[in-house]
Design a protein around this ligand. Sequence first.
Ligand SMILES: [Zn+2]
Length: 152
Amino acid sequence: MSPKQKTLQKISPYKEVANVLRNDFPQVVGSFIKNIDGKPHYCALGFLAKNKGVKDWELRLRTFLFEGNILSRYGFSESDLAKDRLCPVDGCNSVSTLFNMITHLNDKHKLPPRLIADYEEKMEFDSRKIPSTWQRVRDSVSNFFPKFVNPC
Ligand SMILES: [Zn+2]
């Protein structure tokens, strides 16, 4: 393969998202964008949207949410975006779509963007089976009340 063909080869959307998140940007939790000390800070998804041309005011008013899933601009298929994901953080049994999982890693686990990038990139090849809703409820109850669920 010639060097020119290599540059034309498309990288996977997971890799592209991870590459964007690996840029150093001022991060905020719980909001797509927030001014701190007069400087805009972004959550992971806010920064991913900004990278695809969404303006800061559109992030503030959340108008971009009406234009479809921002991650589709990275080339994810509809089925990729609709697929349930298991949270990659050890001991967490949250399940949600990629869009919500990136928010979850940013807001719930408060991970720095570089770590979100690492986890997001691995989700492309995540073959773990998603436990049933009942199993997940049971697991989260047993985390809080170990003796109640496992009396022995
Ligand atoms: Zn989690």
